[in-house]
Ligand binder design. Structure first.
Ligand code: PEP
Ligand code: MG
Length: 929
C-alpha cells in the first residue's frame, strides 16, 4: 500500500528550511515556533497541494481530512472550538510562496466568525465594538478575496455610515454603527453573489483555501512573476498558512505593527518600525491610519517595548539577516506573526552587509552573497542637486525609498502603464497604493502617496524595486475622478511635471536638477572584499582618457577594449580621417595618416597613464571606412542646395525691387541690411561654391564606391587592415611610441594590441608581421625593448573553430560576443531587437535577449571550443570577454565556469561585475549548464 501523502504540517513540525514546500512565510512560522518565539499556533498546507489543486481544480485526495485533523489539534491546544458558541477559534488564512511577493496574494483574517461565534466573542471579551469591528472586517476581506466582491462596494457602505454618523475616521464609529456596517456588508454579499454569506466556518475555510490557491494564477501574481523572472524552479505554487488569530484591536493594551530590525531606507543599525494601538494589521500596511514610530512605544508600553527589542535581537541573530516582521500585542502579550528577509534598496544592503560583518554577525562571503550584483546599479541613481535648487518644495512626505525622479503626474496604474509604454516619464500619484497597482509601479519613475507610512504598501514595493518613493504627503488631496491633486490653493492636473525626492520626502513642482549617485565608503569596502575573493579580473571598455578615468574610479583593473575608431570621431580628427579615406593613392593617404599619428599617440599616452599599471587593450580599426563618411542622403541634399545657391541669390537680389512695389519703407530697410550680406554671398558664389560642390561630389562618389550590401559582414576589421596596411601601421606605431614615451617618463604601462574580426591564422600572421616591423623601428629609435602583448578578438565563428592555430600567434583572446552572437544566431542585432526579439522573448521562444545575456548553450559552447583549442597550443593564453554580456552577472558566472581570465564591460557596470565576479567564484561549485 502506498504511503499517504502529507499535505499539511503543524508549525511545530514543518521543516523551516523547506521554503519550496511550505512557502517562505510558512517555513518561517515553523522555524520561529521551533526556536521558541511566541507565534500563534497553526499549520501550513503545502505548495504541492496547491499545484495538485490547480491541476485538477479540486483538492487532492486526503488533504481536507488532514486539514480537519490539524484543526482539531488546534482546538485542543487553544482550548477553543471552531464555530463554538462559547469559546470560538478564529483563524487567519494567508498565502505564501517560496519567494516573498509582497501583497501579491491575499490574506483573510478572522475566519470562523459568524452570527453565533460573534456573540460568543463579544461575551468573552465584553467588548462589543471589537466584536463588530472584527466581523465587518472579516466579511469585507472574505467577500473581496474569496468571493470576488469589489472593495468599493464595501467602502461605499462604510463611507455612508460614517457620513450618517458624522464620523471622521473608523475609530469614531460606535459598536452600533459597526453592527450596521456589518449588516450592510452582508447585504452587499447577498446582492453581489446571489447567495447568503456562508455561516459555516468549515465552508468558509474550504472557500478561503481555494481562493488562496487560485490567487497563485491571479493577474497580479502572474505579472509579478513575469517581471521578476520568478520561474518554477524558484517558486512553484503557494502554501496556505492557517494560524490562530490574535487581536491587536482588543483595547488600549493591544496593538499591531510592522518592524524592520534595521532601518531599511538607510541601512542604519536602528530599530525601525511603526505600530498602531487598538488596530489590526491591515490598518498599518494599507496606510488607513498613520501609525506611530516604534520608538514611541518605549513610553507608551515600556514592558512590551523591551520584549520587542529582544525579539528584534533574536530574529537577527537567528536569521543572520535583516528581518521585516509583523507583530501583534493582544492584551499585553506580544506575538510574532511573521518574519522575512527585509527588502531594502542597494544602499541599505551594502551598508548592512559591511556593518553586520563588522559586528561579527556574518562573514564576508555572506555579506557579498546577500546582495544581488545588478542591484548595485541603483547606487548610481540620481539625487537632487541641492546646490542648484532654486525652488521650495510644494509638499513634504516621508522619505520612503531613496533616489530622485521627475515625471508627469498620473493618477492610476493603468494610465501609468499606457503612458510608460509611450516612453513618457511618469510619477504615480495616489492616495495610497494597493497590490493591484503593481503594473503602475513598473511603469513609473517614482511613486508618491498622500497617505501611509514608511511601511505602507507603496513604500515596501518601491524599495524592493529600487524606485524613489515618497509616502504620507498629507498636504496633498488626491481626486482620482477629477484627475487632479490639491495642495492648499495649488491645483495639479494629470500630465503636470513634478519631482520627488525619496531621500528627503520632498515634492517639487516641475523638473529639478539631478546629480548622479556616487560611491559610498561602505561600497568601496564591500567591493574590496569582492576583489579579494574573485579570480576573474574586471576591466572596462573605455575609449578616451575621460572614460578611462571614470572606469578607474569604478574600480576597473584595466581596459579590456579601447575602440580606437571612436577616437577618430572628435571634430579635430574627423576631417583628417575623411581626407585619408578620400586619398587617391597610398602616398597621399600616408600624408594624412602622418597627421593622425601624433594625435592618436597622445590619446594613448593619456589612456595608458590613467590606467597604469593595469593593461590597456587597444583594438585596431574595426568599422568599415564608409562609417566615417557622411550619409548619401545628406550629401545629395547638400549638393542640391549648393547647385540652387545662384538662383537663391538671384531671388534675393530681386527682393528689394519687389518690396518697393508693395512697401517702399520695408524695401528701403531690406536694401540697407541685405546690401553687405548680398555682396558677401556673390563673392562666395564666385569663388568658393564650385570648389565645395566639387568636394561634395567627390565624397558622394566615394560613398557610392565604398557602399556595401551588408557592411557588418563586409570590408571591416582585419580585412581593412590587410588591404590598407598603412592604417594599421600608423595605429600600431602610435601604440608603441606611446608605450616608449610612457616608459621614458617612468609610467608602468601594459599595452596590448588586439586585431578585430580575425577568421584565419594567415590574417593574424600578416598583422603580426607589421607589428614586428614597427616594433623593430620604434625600439631602435628609443634604444630600449618594449613589453606588450599581441592578440585577437574572437568574434567570428570560424575563429572559434581555428582557435588552436590562432593561439600559436596570439598571446590573448578576447571574445567579442556582440558580433559572435550575431554570427551564431544569424541575427542582425538592430533588426532583431526592433522587430522579432521582443516577441520571441514574450512567447518563450528565446528566454533572454542574447545581446544582453550570454547564450551559454550556443555561443557559450563555441567559446568553450575556442578556449580549449587555444589553450591546447598555447597553455599560457590569456582569455577574456569584451562584448556587452561581459557586465551581466549570469554571463559572468559562465565566464568563471569556462575559465576566463577577465571580463570587460562598460564603466558603469564595473561595480556590478566586480560583485558578480566574487559571486561567480563563491558559487563556482554549484554552476551547471
Ligand atoms: C563585440 O563584437 O563583442 C565587440 C566588443 O566589438 P564591437 O561591439 O565593437 O563590434
Ligand atoms: Mg565586434
Amino acid at each position: 500500500m502506498s504511503e499517504k501523502k502529507n499535505y499539511v504540517y503543524a508549525f511545530t513540525v514543518g521543516n523551516g528550511k523547506n521554503k519550496q514546500l511550505l512557502g517562505g512565510k510558512g517555513a518561517n512560522l515553523c522555524e520561529m515556533t521551533q526556536i521558541g518565539l511566541r507565534v500563534p499556533p497553526g499549520f501550513v498546507i503545502t505548495t504541492e497541494a496547491c499545484l495538485a489543486y490547480l491541476d485538477q481544480q479540486d483538492f487532492p485526495a486526503g488533504m481536507m481530512e488532514q486539514v480537519q485533523a490539524h484543526l482539531t489539534e488546534l482546538e485542543k491546544i487553544t482550548a477553543k472550538g471552531f464555530g463554538s458558541a462559547e469559546n470560538p477559534l478564529l483563524v487567519s488564512v494567508r498565502s505564501g510562496s517560496a519567494i516573498s511577493m509582497p501583497g501579491m496574494m491575499d490574506t483573510i483574517l478572522n475566519l470562523g466568525l459568524n452570527s453565533t461565534t460573534l456573540r460568543a466573542l463579544i461575551h468573552q471579551t465584553g467588548n462589543e465594538r471589537f466584536g463588530y469591528d472584527s466581523y465587518r472586517r472579516f466579511i469585507q476581506l472574505f467577500g473581496k478575496v474569496a468571493l470576488g466582491v469589489p472593495d468599493e462596494k464595501f467602502d461605499h457602505q462604510l463611507d455612508e455610515v460614517k457620513k450618517i454618523r458624522g464620523a471622521m475616521s473608523d475609530l469614531d464609529l460606535t459598536s452600533a454603527d459597526l453592527e450596521q456596517v456589518a449588516s450592510r456588508f452582508l447585504a452587499v454579499i447577498q446582492e453581489h453573489t446571489g447567495r447568503a454569506f456562508p455561516e459555516d466556518p468549515h465552508e468558509q475555510l474550504n472557500i478561503a483555501i481555494r481562493a488562496v490557491f487560485n490567487s497563485w494564477m491571479g493577474k497580479r501574481a502572474v505579472d509579478y512573476r513575469r517581471e521578476f523572472k520568478i520561474t518554477k524552479d524558484v517558486a512553484n505554487g503557494t502554501a496556505v498558512n492557517i494560524c490562530t488569530m490574535v487581536f491587536g484591536n482588543m483595547g488600549n493594551d493591544s496593538a499591531t505593527g510592522v518592524a524592520f530590525t534595521r532601518n531599511p531606507a538607510t541601512g542604519e543599525n536602528e530599530f525601525f518600525g511603526e505600530y498602531l494601538v487598538n488596530a489590526q494589521g491591515e490598518d498599518v500596511v494599507a496606510g488607513i491610519r498613520t501609525p506611530k514610530p516604534v520608538a514611541e512605544m518605549k513610553n507608551e508600553m515600556p514592558e512590551i517595548f523591551a520584549q520587542l527589542v529582544e525579539l528584534r535581537q533574536r530574529l537577527e541573530t537567528h536569521y543572520q539577516e535583516v528581518q521585516d516582521f509583523e507583530f501583534t500585542i493582544e492584551k499585553g502579550i506580544l506575538y510574532c506573526l511573521q518574519t522575512r528577509n527585509g527588502k531594502m534598496n542597494a544602499q541599505s544592503m551594502v551598508r548592512t552587509s559591511v556593518e553586520m560583518v563588522q559586528e561579527g554577525l556574518i562573514n564576508r562571503e555572506r555579506a557579498l552573497l546577500r546582495i544581488r550584483p545588478e542591484d548595485l546599479e541603483q547606487l548610481l541613481f540620481p539625487r537632487l542637486d541641492r546646490r542648484a535648487m532654486q525652488v521650495k518644495p510644494i509638499a513634504q512626505g516621508l522619505p520612503a525609498s531613496p533616489g530622485a525622479a521627475s515625471g508627469q503626474i498620473v493618477f492610476d496604474a493603468d494610465r501609468a502603464e499606457s503612458q510608460g509604454k509611450l516612453g513618457k516619464k511618469i510619477i504615480l500619484l495616489r492616495e495610497e497604493t494597493k497590490p493591484e497597482d503593481i503594473h503602475g509601479f513598473f511603469a513609473a519613475q517614482g511613486i508618491l502617496t498622500s497617505r501611509g507610512g514608511k511601511t505602507s504598501h507603496a513604500a515596501v514595493v518601491a524599495r524592493g524595486m529600487g524606485k524613489p518613493c515618497v509616502t504620507g504627503a498629507m498636504a496633498i488631496r488626491v481626486d482620482v475622478q477629477l484627475r487632479k491633486a490639491f495642495i492648499g490653493e495649488q491645483i495639479l492636473s494629470e500630465g503636470d511635471l513634478i519631482t520627488i525626492d525619496g531621500g528627503s520626502g520632498e515634492v517639487y513642482l516641475g523638473t529639478a536638477p539631478l546629480v548622479e549617485g556616487e560611491f559610498t565608503a561602505e561600497l568601496t569596502t564591500l567591493l574590496s572584499w569582492a576583489d579579494e575573493i574573485a579570480t576573474l579580473q574586471v576591466m572596462a571598455n573605455a575609449d578616451t582618457p575621460k572614460d578611462a578615468h571614470r572606469a578607474r574610479n569604478y574600480g576597473a583593473m584595466g581596459i579590456g577594449l579601447c575602440r580606437t575608431e571612436r577616437m577618430f570621431n572628435a571634430t579635430d580628427r574627423l576631417p583628417l580621417m575623411v581626407a585619408m579615406i578620400m586619398a587617391e593613392n597610398s602616398v597621399e593617404r600616408q600624408k594624412y595618416l602622418d597627421q593622425l599619428l601624433p594625435i592618436q599617440r597622445q590619446d594613448f599616452i593619456e589612456v595608458f597613464t590613467v590606467m597604469a599599471p593595469y593593461p590597456v587593450t587597444v583594438r585596431l580599426l574595426d568599422p568599415p571606412i564608409h562609417e566615417f563618411l557622411p550619409s548619401e542622403n545628406v550629401l545629395r541634399d547638400e549638393i542640391d542646395n549648393l547647385r540652387n545657391l545662384p538662383a537663391t541669390i538671384k531671388g534675393l537680389d530681386q527682393l528689394t525691387d519687389t518690396l518697393r512695389v508693395i512697401d517702399p519703407q520695408l524695401a528701403e530697410s531690406a536694401h540697407n541690411s541685405l546690401g553687405t550680406f548680398l555682396a558677401g554671398l556673390h563673392h562666395l558664389c564666385d569663388h568658393t561654391v564650385n570648389q565645395i560642390l566639387q568636394e561634395k561630389q567627390n565624397i558622394l562618389r566615394k560613398v557610392r564606391e565604398t557602399q556595401e550590401i551588408n557592411p557588418m559582414l563586409g570590408h571591416r576589421g582585419v580585412r581593412l587592415g590587410i588591404t590598407y596596411p598603412e592604417i594599421y601601421q600608423m595605429q600600431i606605431r602610435a601604440v608603441l611610441e606611446a608605450t616608449a614615451e610612457c616608459v621614458k617618463s617612468g609610467v608602468a604601462v601594459n599595452p596590448e594590441i588586439m586585431v578585430p574580426q580575425v577568421c584565419t591564422a594567415q590574417e593574424l600572421d600578416r598583422v603580426r608581421k607589421i607589428v614586428d616591423q614597427v616594433r623593430a623601428e620604434v625600439e631602435s629609435a628609443y634604444g630600449f625593448k618594449l613589453q606588450f602583448k599581441f592578440g585577437t578578438m574572437i568574434e567570428v565563428v570560424r575563429a572559434c573553430m581555428r582557435a588552436n592555430r590562432l593561439a600559436e600567434i596570439a598571446q590573448f583572446f578576447s571574445f567579442g560576443t556582440n558580433d559572435l552572437s550575431q554570427a551564431t544566431f544569424s541575427f542582425s542585432r538592430e533588426d532583431a531587437e526592433n522587430k522579432f526579439l521582443p516577441f520571441y522573448n514574450e512567447n518563450g521562444i528565446l528566454r533572454d535577449n542574447p545581446f544582453e545575456v550570454l547564450d551559454v548553450n550556443g555561443v557559450g559552447r563555441l567559446m568553450k571550443i575556442a578556449i580549449d583549442g587555444g589553450r591546447s597550443t598555447n597553455p599560457e593564453l590569456k582569455v577574456g570577454i569584451c562584448g556587452e554580456q561581459g557586465g551581466h552577472p549570469a554571463s559572468i558566472r559562465f565566464c568563471q565556469y569556462v575559465g576566463l581570465n577577465y571580463v570587460s564591460c562598460s564603466a558603469p557596470r564595473v561595480p556590478v561585475a566586480r560583485l558578480a565576479a566574487a559571486h561567480a567564484k563563491l558559487k563556482e561549485a554549484e554552476f551547471g549548464l
